[in-house]
Design a protein around this ligand. Structure first.
Ligand code: AMP
Ligand code: MG
Length: 389
């Protein structure tokens, strides 16, 4: 059995970054921008007032000075003409200033009588003017790769970039296997359970910038599996769950091999998730996840997300953090154990029941405590690594 690290390296090697595509800015949030965006203009394009008030030449900015108001500038409505010495204009936030070498005094600091203002005795040193290009200049770049946030979208819009090149969303075929499974919303017959894996996996896939296609449930027969694998042919990635251990009904490995799977590995030294399988069918990466819902999700965190990251051109590998153990834990066996745990204020406590079928605890947990394989017992107060969920 190979280690988690070795398995991850082999999984990451299964895929390449997908080509880019142009999308309108309105559809770019959350997408991975793959080429630098270049500002098509300078912002602000002109020196502008940052306040509502009066613009005057710096030489007229004297305590108690009286000035004639000879015009007005508003946002989108510049003042055209000269402002002679001893005069000023009414100006509003965002309006271009008439020339350089002036100041904007705030309206609340002047006394106005008719068309004349009187400046205060105490003057501010602040000119209340935003210089041209203070935010960015034409030709400045927003660097790729990056997952575009709403803030990025605002900046790109201000840069007058109407469309951006983003990584194509990987299309992931999600295949559940098992005679016992029915879809949510159906009424399970005796002995049947609901197929939760496809839903959880599709949600994770979509939360990470890819597109999930939930295929019909494959039954535990070679014919049924073949049929559903055939539907997955055009995907960028095939993810199965269940049927991957060594039971009589675990046919995924066999059928995938018949279809030409080049196996990167099968079985890995981790808990939960030992029967994980990975490889390529006809150049399409395939991940065979275990059927137990928690095992499937933990393996997806550790392997599926980073693999999507490769296709999207961003690092989606989980980043271990450290926390103090809140209680004693025993020694581990020959597999690295990812224990469902609660971390709070830097203290981590694993749940007592680590059964890999318990989605309730998986939902409550906010961390996977990493217990390295062949580790000794650890005491409360020691520092260990965990993955946030
Ligand atoms: P398997 O790997 O097929 O032996 O499945 C292991 C366990 O996971 C069994 O109890 C299955 O019923 C359960 N299981 C398999 N696939 C799913 C699924 N899609 N949703 C929920 N449970 C599943
Ligand atoms: Mg099964």
């Amino acid at each position: 059995m190979i280690s988690v690290e070795e398995a991850r390296a082999r999984v990451l090697a299964l895929a390449k970054p997908l080509a880019g595509e142009l999308v309108p800015l309105r559809h770019a949030r959350g997408r991975v921008m793959v080429t630098d965006a270049i500002a098509r203009l300078t912002q602000p394009p002109f020196a502008a007032s940052a306040m509502d008030g009066y613009w005057l030449a710096a030489s007229d900015h004297q305590p108690g000075a009286r000035l004639d108001v000879i015009g007005e500038a508003g946002a989108g409505h510049p003042f055209s003409g000269d402002v002679p010495a001893g005069a000023c204009i009414r100006i509003f936030t965002g309006a271009p200033v008439p020339t350089s070498g002036g100041v904007v005094v705030l309206q609340e600091t002047v006394t106005r009588a008719g068309e004349t203002i009187t400046l205060a005795q105490q003057l501010s040193a602040n000119d209340n003017i935003r210089p041209e290009g203070q935010d960015f200049r034409q030709g400045d770049t927003l660097r790729a790769p990056r997952v575009l946030t709403p803030r990025d979208i605002g900046l790109l819009a201000a840069m007058n970039v109407a469309q951006v090149e983003v990584a194509r969303r990987p299309v992931v075929a999600v295949i559940a296997t098992g005679d016992e499974l029915v879809m949510p919303g159906e009424t399970p017959a005796e002995g049947q359970i609901i197929c939760s894996n496809s839903y959880a996996l599709a949600a994770m896939i979509e939360a990470n910038g890819a597109e999930a296609r939930i295929l019909p449930i494959a039954r535990d027969s070679e014919a049924s599996l073949r049929l559903v694998f055939d539907l997955a042919k055009t995907a960028d990635l095939i993810v199965t769950s269940g049927g991957a251990s060594v039971g009589d009904h675990d046919l995924v490995g066999k059928v995938a091999a018949d279809l030409g799977l080049e196996r990167a590995f099968w079985k890995i030294a981790m808990r939960p998730g030992k029967p994980l399988m990975a490889g390529q069918i006809d150049g399409v990466p395939m991940l065979g996840l275990p059927g137990n819902p928690v095992s499937a999700l933990v393996c997806a965190e550790l392997f599926l997300k980073p693999l999507l990251g490769v296709m999207l051109g961003v690092d989606l590998s989980p980043v271990p953090m450290t926390a103090t153990l809140g209680e004693d834990v025993g020694p581990t066996g020959p597999r690295t154990h990812y224990m469902r745990a609660q971390v709070s204020a830097g203290v981590i406590r694993p749940y007592r029941n680590q059964d890999s079928a318990l989605l309730g605890i998986m939902t409550e947990a906010n961390a996977l405590l990493i217990r390295e394989k062949d580790d000794v017992a650890r005491e409360a107060g020691e520092t260990l690594h965990y993955l946030p969920l």
